[in-house]
Every structure is written in structure tokens, then in C-alpha cells.
Design a protein around this ligand. Structure first.
Ligand code: NAP
Length: 295
């Protein structure tokens, strides 16, 4: 069975739109996302376009901040500080990766936890660990939504997360370990010995590796749930663009057979964008001193 991201992302965006419209009716302005895009990385351009489109679908305002590829780190930080001060801006999205001469970690520190709608900041990541209210990183949040949408039980299940990045692997592991989810989580990476041993014992596998089709069907249980986060470009002469997007997971039957698997494209990526929209409305509400439930 394929666990498409389409239906859950449409639902999440529809619910977000309702919240967004209520916010506008109450505060006479739209929740607003500043979309900061530096340079001209073609993959980033696609993501930025999709995010702006999602803003329109959810009645969220977007402030487009397109910056020259050669901008200095000081200038970029200066722009972020301005957006931080801007009362009309509720969330700041800094599209990554940045051009090589800019230090992402350093620049990201200038986005406050309140406007950090990507959920990358130390404060928001820390709140995940302490199980406090914060802004949850978008891809992990989208994965949790998908698991709920498809009624996939996590309590008592063995979950293997492959990949330990700050934006996917680590926060996903933390969320699944929370009392709300009660999964038994194993976090694997390049230094894991005998990855297959862990995969074979996993009820749910989260692939966040970034290597095309590196995890094979015969490495997991026959009826495993596989959430494939990987978004890898591989050359494909049959496509106009010259490339195809493939996941980290490789399966033979188009519909996943006895597995439950998220497709790439059309899976987790859609949820990431929808989560960004929901986070923007949550951030907007909190800046006005309320929670979305109080709208
Ligand atoms: P990342 O920062 O490059 O981290 C990759 C992780 O995978 C690292 O922890 C690495 O281990 C581990 N790894 C790499 N090769 C491995 C192997 N052969 N066996 C076991 N572990 C291995 O990647 P990321 O930012 O988390 O992104 C991962 C993928 O998800 C990428 O394809 C990215 O484009 C995609 N992504 C998609 C979305 C979406 O919305 N769909 C969002 C974010 C990311 P070490 O730590 O030991 O190096």
C-alpha cells in the first residue's frame, strides 16, 4: 500500500486555511511568512515556489525576500534582524542550502524561536526533548501527521530511524520517543554496525539518509511501514528536466505490495510544506498571545 502525502497534506492545508481566515478576521491581517531566498540554486527555487503556492492556498501572506548570491553574511544577518523586528512578519523561512561562503548555523541563530517556523532553532529542538510547547520541525511534524492520518500505531513498536540530521533524524527520533507516541526508537547512521539487523526488527522504518535507493525491500520486514524522507535527484534522460526524484528506499511493486510505503515524490515532501503553513499560523497566534484553539 502506498501512503500518499497528497490527501493528508490537502487536509492539513484546508484546516490551516480555516485557522488563517479566523486569524485575519480577528486581527485584521493575514498570518505572514517571510520567504528568504539567497542566490539561484535551482532545487531551492522549486521549493520556494511550492512554499509560496502553499501560502496562497492557506490564505497566508508571504513576504518575498530574494537576495543576491554574493550577499555578505553581515548583510544577510541585517536583513534577518529587520524581519525579526517587523511586526507584520510571523515566521521567517530561510531557504537552505545557502551559498558556500555563508555559514548556515551562524545565520540561523539570528532567527528567534518565536519566528522559527522551520523548527530548527536550539530552543525549539530543546522543547521537543522536554516535551514543551514549541514549533516542531516541519518534516518530522509532517511524518507524525501522516502516521496519525493512516492510523499507524507507534506505541510499543520498534522504529528504526536511519539518519541523524538536526532537521529530520534527530527530531523524528525525539518525537517518536515522547510519551504521546511511546515507540522504541533506534537511531542509525553511517557508523552503525549491521544496519540490516536493526532494519529486520523494525515495524516502522524512517529513511532520512539522502542516498538514492540505498535501503532495499529485502532489508526490512515484509509488512513494515516505510517512511521515505529521501529526496534524491538522479539522471533520467526520459524526463524533460534530465533528472528524476527518487527516495532512499527501493521497492519492487509499484503499490508497495505488503509494505506500507510513502512514495517519492508525492509523500513526505508534501507534508513538510503543509506543516510549514500550520507552523506559521501557530507562530502568528502565539505572537498575539493566543493558541490556535482559541481563534
Ligand atoms: P543529512 O544531513 O545529509 O544526513 C544524512 C544522515 O544519513 C546522516 O546522519 C548520515 O550518517 C546518514 N547516512 C548516510 N548514508 C548512510 C548509510 N549508507 N547508512 C546509514 N546512514 C547513512 O540529510 P538530511 O538533511 O536529514 O536529509 C536526508 C534526505 O532527506 C535528503 O535526501 C534530503 O533531501 C531529504 N529531505 C527531504 C525532506 C522532505 O520534505 N521530503 C526534508 C528534509 C530532507 P552520519 O551522521 O554518520 O554521516
Amino acid at each position: 500500500m502506498l501512503l500518499s502525502g497528497k490527501e493528508p497534506s490537502v487536509k492539513m492545508k484546508a484546516d490551516t486555511r480555516i485557522l488563517s481566515e479566523k486569524f485575519e478576521a480577528r486581527f485584521s491581517r493575514k498570518p505572514t511568512l517571510a520567504v528568504v531566498y539567497v542566490g539561484n540554486n535551482p532545487a531551492s527555487a522549486v521549493y520556494v515556489r511550492n512554499k509560496k503556492k502553499a501560502c496562497e492556498e492557506t490564505s497566508i501572506g508571504h513576504l518575498d525576500v530574494d537576495l543576491d548570491e554574493n550577499i555578505s553574511e553581515e548583510e544577510l544577518i541585517c536583513r534577518i534582524k529587520e524581519l525579526e523586528k517587523d511586526e507584520k512578519v510571523d515566521g521567517i523561512l530561510l531557504q537552505l542550502p545557502l551559498p558556500k561562503h555563508l555559514d548556515e548555523t551562524r545565520v540561523l541563530k539570528y532567527i528567534s524561536a518565536e519566528k522559527d517556523v522551520d523548527g530548527f532553532s536550539e530552543t525549539n529542538l530543546g522543547r521537543l526533548l522536554t516535551e514543551e510547547k514549541g514549533l516542531v520541525a516541519c518534516t518530522p511534524k509532517g511524518i507524525m501527521y501522516m502516521l496519525d492520518y493512516y492510523n499507524i500505531e507507534t506505541e510499543g513498536k520498534n522504529v528504526v530511524v536511519v539518519g541523524r540530521s538536526r532537521i529530520v533524524g534527530k527530531p523524528v527520533s525525539a518525537l517518536l520517543s515522547q510519551k504521546k507516541r511511546n515507540a522504541t526508537v533506534t537511531l542509525c547512521h553511517t557508523k552503525t554496525e549491521n544496519l540490516e539487523f536493526y532494519l529486520k526488527n523494525a515495524d516502522i522504518v524512517i529513511c532520512a539518509v539522502g542516498r538514492p535507493r540505498v535501503i532495499k525491500e529485502n532489508m526490512v520486514k515484509k509488512d513494515a511501514v516505510v517512511i521515505d524522507v529521501g529526496t534524491n535527484r538522479v539522471g533520467d534522460s526520459t524526463k524533460k528536466s534530465g533528472y528524476a526524484l527518487v527516495g532512499d528506499f527501493c521497492y519492487s511493486q509499484e503499490d508497495g505490495g505488503s509494505l506500507k510505503v510513502t512514495p517519492v515524490p508525492g509523500g513526505v515532501g508534501l507534508m513538510t510544506v503543509a506543516s510549514l503553513m500550520e507552523n506559521t499560523v501557530i507562530a502568528a497566534c502565539r505572537r498575539m498571545g493566543i493558541e490556535t484553539e482559541e481563534l
